[in-house]
Each structure stands twice: as C-alpha cells, then as structure tokens.
Design a protein around this ligand. Structure first.
Ligand SMILES: Nc1ncnc2c1ncn2[C@@H]1O[C@H](COP(=O)(O)OP(=O)(O)OP(=O)(O)O)[C@@H](O)[C@H]1O
Length: 936
C-alpha cells in the first residue's frame, strides 16, 4: 500500500474533521514528491469518495476540504483549475465561503482572465454580503488583483479611498502593496495654491508660508517632522495615523483655511478605558515576574453594601478576578468608585505624562499632534509592552523588585492582611530557559533572611530572563517537536514513512495523524473517549465547588510547562486552596467563596472538550513581541506593526501575515487558554442552533480566534483586525451621542448578549471597550431593515473573564470582579450572582452610549439601585433607559433574571416611533466619521 493509500484508509476508517486535517497536510506534503499522474488519480479517488459517501458528510462541506480541491485544481489537465472550481461551485457547498471564492478567483488571476475574476468577485459580494462586511470580502481579492493583474484594476473595488496607491511617492518611486501612503495622505490634504500669489501663514498674519513646510507640487501644510515621519512610515510600511498640527493652516484660493485632515473640536472630555485597576501607581499594569500574590486591592476594601452600611462597618468582600494589584488601603471605604472620569482617564495606558499636561485629551484615543509624537508614544507603549519589573504591594505603591525593602513590604502585608504570597521565578539556563515552579512566600522569606543585602528575586538572572530569554525564542519551533508531558513523542519523519518503521514485514504501518494545526500530543492528550469525558463532566456537575478546587489537576493554565502534570505542584495546589494563597491571576480564591474564575475549575471544564484545532500549545516561552518586528510561530510569520490597544492583561498589536492579511494579535501574560476555549465554544454552540440570528451573530459578532499559540509564559491569540476601533473609541470620537446611533447599537448589543446567555455563557466583562466596531454604516441599507439581523456593526471581544454556565448549572458565585464602575450590585452587596454582571455591564454601557460619560451606581439596597446617568429630558431614549436601569440593576435573585427582550423591545419601539430618515443619515455619517477617526 502506498503512503497515500494508507493515509486515505485511515481517513476512511476515521472520517472526522480532525483526521481529515491531518490527512490534508500529509497529502499536501506528498504532492511535491509524487508524479502528477499519480497524484491526480489519487486525489480524484478522494474527491469522488468525499462527494459521494455519506460518512464524509461533515467533511464535504467544511472549508478544510478546499485544501484537497486546490491540489486537484493544480493537477487537473482536462477540466483545468478553473473548471474544477466551476464544478465545485455547482455543488453549492461553498456558496458562503470566502476562501472558496478567493481560491477560485486566484485561478482566473493566474490565467490573467480579468473578466472572470471580476465575476467571481461579484458572486462573492452577492453571496457573502449577509454574513460579512464588504471590505472584508474585498480584501483578499484586492491582494489577488495586485498580484496577478499588471494593469490598474482599482475600479473593481467599491471604495476608492482604500486603494490609494503610492506610485507617486518621491521616496521609493515604485508601487508596493495597495496600502495607504502617508505621503499621499499629506499631499491629498494640500489644497491647490497659486504660486503667482503670496500665501500667508494664517489670517491676519504677514508671515508667508515657508517652503520647508510640506513642499508638495501644489501645497503646503505640514511640518518637516511630520513629513519625515510620513516618509519613514511609508518605508516602514505602517499605516500610522498622521495627525497634523492643529495650528497648521493652508491656503486655498489665497485664503488661509483649516488643514482639512484636522478639526480642532471643542468637544467633551474623552472617556478612558474601563479597567479593573484603579490605582495610579498601578499604571505599570503588571510585573513581568509574577509578583507576590496578594488579594487584590479591591479584596481588601470594605465594600459589602447592605442596607445598614451607613451605620456599621460592612463585612469584607473578596475580589475574585484580576491580576495582582496594589492593596489600595486608601480605597477601603465603601463606594470608592473614583469620583470622576478624570481618574479613569489616567488608568492603564502608560501615557499619563501626556494627559497630565493636556487634560482635555484622552489617554487612549486622542491622537498625537505631531508625527514624531506618535513614534514616541508607540515607543512609550512599547516600553510598556516589555512590562514592568516592579511588583505592586501594599499601599506604599510600586516597589522596585530589586529593592530589598520589597520583602519587608511583602511581610507586612502578609501579616496585616493574613495573605500569603507567591512568586514565580524564572531562571535562565545556558541551554534553554526554564520556568521554575513558583517559590512560596516562605521560601522567599527564608532567602531574604539568609541574604538580606542581596534580594533573592531581583537577581540578574531574573532580569536576564526577561532581557534575553524572551528574545531567545527559537524561531520556527514547531509544535510536534516538543512533546507534552507524559505523551510519547511521535517523530514526524515516522508519520510520513520516511524511516524504517513503515517497512517492517508483516506489520501494517501505523498511520498517525500529522499535526497540522494543534499540538498533536496535546490533542492526543485531550482526545478522550466519550466515557471519560462524561465522567469528568459528571464530576464537574456533581462535585461541590470546594471539592473541585481541591482536585488535583494535570494541567494548569498559568504555570510553566514543568508544572504540568507535576505532582508536587498538584500538592501545592491543595495547599494553595487551604491557605487562600494563589499564584495565578484572576483568581485570588478564598476557599469559602464560589469563584467562577478559578483556574483549576477552568482547567477541569476545558478537559471536557477536545482542544480547538486552532490552538497550538508550546512548552517554551513565547517570542518577544515588539512593534515593527516579525516573529515566527508554528511555521507562520507575523509582521508586527503598531500597538492597537492595551487592556488590563494584554497588549493587542496589528500584524501582517505571510499572506498579507492584517490581523490583530493579542499578547497576554500569563497565557490564557480559557479565552480560546470560550470563543470556540461560543462559536460551536451558536452554530449548533438553527436560527439565522445565531449564525449571523456567530460569524460577525463574537470574537473568532483564527490561531492561538499558548506558551508557558504567555499566549498569542490571532483574530480579525478591526480597523475602526472599539465602541469606546467611537464614543470618544463622536461629538455628541446621537439617539439614532445609540438606539441602533443598544438593540444590537442586547441581541448579542441574549444569544450569549442562551448559549449558557456569561461574558463577565461587558463594557464599551470590549465591543469592536466591525464596519461603517452603509447609507444604502434599507431603512426598514436597520433593526434586522443583517446590520450588526459590533463584535464582542475579550472573553478572558467569561463563565461557562452550561458546565456550572445551579451555581451561584460571590465576590467582586473589580472592574472600575462595572461591578454589579450583587457583587457589591455580596449577594449571589450568575448572569447579573452582563445585565449590569449592559446598563452601564448603555449609560455611556446615551450620555457620553461614565456613571456610578447609586442607591443602597435592592429595589433602589440606579445609575447617576444624566439624560436630557427630550432624549427619546430617556424613558426606556431608565426602565432598563431599574430592571437590570435590581435583580432579586438568580432565579428571576430579567429578559434581554425587554431592552430589545423597548429600544425597537422608540426606534419605530421616532425614526427619521434624514436625521438617521446625518447620525450615520457622524458615526462613520468617528470610525475613521478611531483608526489605529
Ligand atoms: N481585533 C482587534 N482589532 C483591533 N483592536 C483590538 C482588537 N482586539 C482588541 N483591540 C484593542 O485592544 C484593547 C484591549 O483588548 P482586550 O480587551 O482584548 O484586552 P484585555 O487585556 O483582555 O482587556 P481588559 O482589561 O478589558 O480585560 C481593546 O479595547 C481594543 O482597543
């Protein structure tokens, strides 16, 4: 039997998607070794089987099968490549697949057949318009057009603005990809000037515009720095947003006018990003060494609200989630939601210095005035991206880890708060980096006692780890070369019959699935029999929380590889539970409390399903992620561009793949496999539902991770890049909230959350920065369909705090999440909660959308809770908003949850009653303008 036949036999016997992916990889590799005749006949057999045999029903309609069709197209002589795709198209399986249309169009590109190429593009537009934005559909076609058609074919695409070429760039003189040129942007901004007339610098000035200002053929208007930066930008290939000096004026018809790109707007103060952290000193975000774990600062405040809180000191509550934070003793009193948005403004971005000097500018969304500032800002964020070497302990604020005083602080904190602490210490060995098991606080203390003058943690080793070991990532390490603990290593060569195994007489060679996407070993590890999975599921269902928490686990999320399956660590896990000490983020567990973010629990839940195929696990540390640098992982190279955003746990970068696709890469420390699990489950559960809304929401409104790389110290989640920023960016970049837009969005948000809850998931972190804008509003959308299912413009991201309620039925949780202003009343009261955080998050987001500012909870007991949101009397959304606040903030118990249809119906009714087409168009134009401004 040939290799091909063996592989196909294995597939025939195990016709699952997972096996097929392995099969496809193997066949692709064989393709280079086989003669075309041999290959063609083999693939034809597969093709026929897949199309006709019932057991391949699932595979037949999966996009993965396109890999085989591509090979068939390559080898087909009679039908020809395009003929193969035409035949496949007739079958109708891939009418909703962008990938299919791109593959098909590429064949016309290769054949230089522009007309047919265009036909496929039109077909794709028509067929896919209900499930994805036009720009997304066109992006791949644009690349193909660039590649295969020598002539200018911009006219094929709908938005000429996106096809600005840079062929007139004086700098490199030749056309590269179709990206936006900074030079062109500057030039386009320049009005025509008449060289015969004098051009003055500004109104009532006698200064002439000088030639050193952007010296274009026919215009002036920017500074040399900006011009230089734009040149750099073009060369570096970035698409940074160039903002002009607000003072700059240009001349049109001999009259000074505002530079068209910049509008000096007197607008309300922009909102900052909502964060779990609140202490200014904490703006460093997190320590690169897992700093001593203390209960979060929120955990130490005294926030339990009850009706008598004004008279007596309420009991202490615990913050369940979030990373190690300062124990903000100054925040100890109840209701310390910082008293204005100013505070919020300064959190977390690391740009505080800038905002101090310019209180009117957002830390996040305000753009630099000068191009070089942008670089400086990027550098500043970059510096941030390296994370700090500080630890956050005690009210003393940040204490450099090098300082021995830290230990004293740790001690005092431990003693006063009865919180024990842990360190994860990294050490660089000459051969390779290792992640050592976390040292307990006791160990640290004793080290300190022995050598007081040389702090144990602040060794040069530690620094070296961060300086060198991260960069020491071995590019191209593929998953199959690093077997997971306890799983036998399977040699890739052996899979493919390159070694002796295959020919042992009398023995049928064993076919092992090649590891196309995920880590083979991990998949083997996870692929359990149904019986086993059922057993674990039952355990999760039946065991009380405490037992679950104490269960010994082979796999832990945020610890190093050596800890996986390590008995000592498992024993330590128990100790951790007993002492209340935890060396993981997001889960400072207090044993008595029900903590949905406990990572042991998460690990148990994740074991119930097989690893998503797009998740690749590595036992090494992650590559260092830096702007303007590439990194290679799992055979894929990502060209990192600028930093898009920074949350409490992660930095999100724009990156370009080898296929020239722009993606967002979320770089999170420590690694968070949970988010991958949740996104995967959300998609699976939504797709399993039969209604079209679920399908649309799954495709358009839920973060989809295309590839996840889980390292021992960090994770990299690749997902779709959203150029128009978040809802928060949009609000910040809009002058005034407009009721049409708010209403339009609020219905969408409620519909998305309704589906999320129907899938048994709690998102747990609903706030305006976690909704990305996926597309602009198309003015040609039919007005009577605007409230319909095809109009979604938002996508819910950041699932790291989600809770899988379908695995935790009948559970209620207690404790606070610690998100500034977004902790629900149940958390504050210490009452049990399940889905309540999302209802509250929605109400708080609604308040931001309608009023343009953050609001605080007011009221002191159930029935009385409200938000101090100011909504003008004449605002059409005022009444429904108040109703929502009342409903979603005063939930009497977990068994009496409100309905999402309340919000959907209330806002839809207002919409129907007051909709005005011309006001809508104006509002939509402003929304689109804000989208443009939000581009990063
Ligand atoms: N796909 C994307 N495209 C463009 N920008 C993105 C994308 N994903 C995230 N961002 C930007 O990065 C920011 C941080 O992302 P995210 O919320 O996932 O990080 P996080 O650390 O988990 O945040 P949080 O502190 O809310 O938990 C977002 O608010 C957004 O501005």
């Amino acid at each position: 039997m040939s290799d091909f036949e063996i592989a196909f036999k294995f597939l025939s016997e195990n016709p699952t998607m997972e096996v097929f992916i392995g099969f496809a990889t193997q066949v692709e590799m064989m393709a280079s070794r086989m003669s075309s005749e041999e290959m063609k006949s083999n693939i034809l057999k597969v093709f026929t089987a897949i199309l006709s045999e019932g057991k391949f029903d699932e595979i037949r309609v999966n996009e993965e099968v396109l890999r085989i069709y591509k090979l068939l197209a390559d080898f087909s002589q009679r039908l020809g490549a395009t003929g193969v795709y035409e035949q496949i198209d007739k079958k109708g399986y891939f009418q909703k697949s962008l990938k299919f249309h791109l593959q098909w169009a590429e064949e016309y590109g290769k054949a230089d057949n522009l007309e047919k190429f265009r036909n496929v593009l039109d077909l794709a537009r028509e067929r896919l318009k209900s499930i994805m934005a036009n720009n997304k559909i066109e992006a791949g076609f644009r690349d193909l057009a660039d590649l295969y058609f020598k002539d200018e074919v911009d006219y094929l695409f709908l938005d000429p603005d996106n096809t600005i070429t840079i062929n007139d760039s004086p700098y490199n003189g030749k056309r590269t990809n179709r990206r936006r040129s900074s030079i062109n942007m500057l030039r386009r901004g320049c009005p025509v000037v008449d060289p015969a007339k004098k051009n003055f610098f500004g109104p009532k000035t006698k200064s002439l515009l000088r030639s050193e200002f952007l010296d274009g053929e026919n215009g002036f208007g920017t500074s040399p720095e900006e011009f230089r930066f734009a040149l750099l930008n073009d060369v570096a290939g970035d698409e940074l947003d160039i903002q002009m000096d607000e003072e700059t004026v240009v001349v049109q018809d001999n009259k000074p006018v505002d530079f068209p790109i910049v509008k000096n707007e007197n607008r309300r103060r922009p909102l900052s990003i909502v964060d779990e952290e609140r202490d200014e000193a904490d703006s460093e975000k997190k320590s690169r060494i897992y700093s001593p774990i203390v209960a979060t600062k929120d955990a130490s405040r005294v926030p339990l609200r009850n009706s008598s809180f004004l008279n007596e000191k309420p009991p202490t509550t615990i913050t369940l989630s979030s990373d190690t934070k300062i124990s903000a003793i100054e925040n100890e009193s109840f209701g310390e939601v910082e008293n204005d948005n100013e505070k919020l403004r300064e959190m977390k971005s690391g740009r505080k210095e800038r905002t101090n000097s310019d209180s009117e500018k957002s830390t996040r969304s305000q753009k630099s005035n000068v191009g070089l500032d942008i670089m400086a800002e990027n550098n500043c964020l970059e510096a941030h991206a390296a994370f700090s070497d500080t630890v956050h302990i005690g009210k003393e604020g940040i204490v450099m880890i090098e300082e021995h005083t830290m230990l004293e602080n740790v001690k005092s904190l431990a003693s006063t708060q009865n919180v024990t602490t842990d360190f994860s210490v990294y050490e660089q060995s000459p051969e390779h980096q290792k992640v050592l098991k976390p040292k307990t606080f006791v160990e640290v203390e004793s080290m300190h006692d022995v050598s007081y003058n040389s702090p144990p943690i602040a060794s040069s080793k530690t620094e070296k780890y961060w300086d060198e070991s991260i960069t020491g990532f071995t590019p191209g390490n593929i998953v199959t070369s690093t077997p997971a603990a306890h799983i036998p290593f399977v040699n890739v060569e052996d899979y493919f019959g390159n070694t002796q195994n295959i020919e042992k007489p009398g023995e049928q060679p064993q076919f092992v699935i090649p590891d196309a996407k995920g880590t083979l070993q991990n998949r083997l590890n996870r692929r359990k029999s149904i019986a086993q999975a059922k057993q674990v599921e039952d355990e999760v269902k039946n065991n009380p929380f405490d037992e679950l928490l104490s269960e010994q686990l082979g796999r832990r999320l945020s610890l190093g590889p050596e800890e996986m399956g390590n008995k000592q660590v498992e024993a330590k896990s128990i100790e951790v539970e007993e002492t209340g000490r935890k060396d993981r983020r997001r889960s400072e567990v207090i044993r008595q409390e029900n903590n949905p973010w406990d990572e042991n629990l998460r690990a148990r839940i994740m074991k119930l399903v097989s690893t998503p195929t797009n998740m690749h696990e590595f036992e090494i540390i992650s590559p260092k992620i830096l702007s303007m640098k590439s990194f290679e992982v799992g055979g894929e190279t990502y060209d990192i561009r600028n930093l898009l955003g920074q949350g409490g746990y992660a930095k999100v970068y724009k990156a370009i793949t080898e296929e020239k696709k722009i993606v967002a890469v979320k770089y999170e420390i420590p690694s968070c496999a949970w988010e991958v699990y949740i996104c995967d489950q959300m998609r699976t559960r939504l797709l399993a539902r039969n209604d079209s809304t679920s399908q649309i929401i799954s495709n358009q409104c839920i973060m989809q991770i295309t590839d996840a790389y889980i390292f021992s110290n960090a994770s990299l989640l690749v997902n779709e890049y959203h150029e128009f920023g978040s809802l928060l960016d949009n609000i910040n970049n809009s002058k005034d909230p407009n009721w049409h837009i708010s209403c339009f969005l609020l219905v969408q948000l409620a519909k998305i959350l309704e589906k999320v809850h129907e899938c048994g998931m709690v998102h747990g972190d609903i706030k305006p920065d976690n909704f990305m804008i996926t597309r602009k509003i198309d003015m040609s959308w039919e007005t009577d369909k605007l409230m319909g299912e095809d109009m979604f413009v938002v996508k819910l991201i950041d699932w790291g705090r989600a809770i899988d309620m379908s695995r935790l039925k009948e559970r209620e949780f207690k404790g606070r999440a610690g998100t500034e202003g977004f902790d629900c009343p149940e958390m504050i009261d210490g009452r049990g909660w399940t889905y309540q955080p999302d209802f509250f998050g929605y109400a708080a987001t609604m308040a931001v959308l309608i009023s343009g500012t953050y609001s605080k909870i007011v009221g002191s007991e159930l029935g009385d809770y409200s938000l101090d949101v100011e909504i003008k009397r004449r605002n059409k959304l005022r009444d429904p908003a108040m109703e929502i606040v009342k409903n979603y903030l005063n939930i009497s118990s977990c068994s009496q949850l409100p309905k999402w249809s309340t919000a959907i119906d209330l806002f839809t009714n207002v919409w129907k009653e007051h909709f005005d087409i011309s006001a809508w168009r104006q509002a939509a134009a402003k929304f689109n303008e804000a989208c443009e401004k939000s581009k990063k």
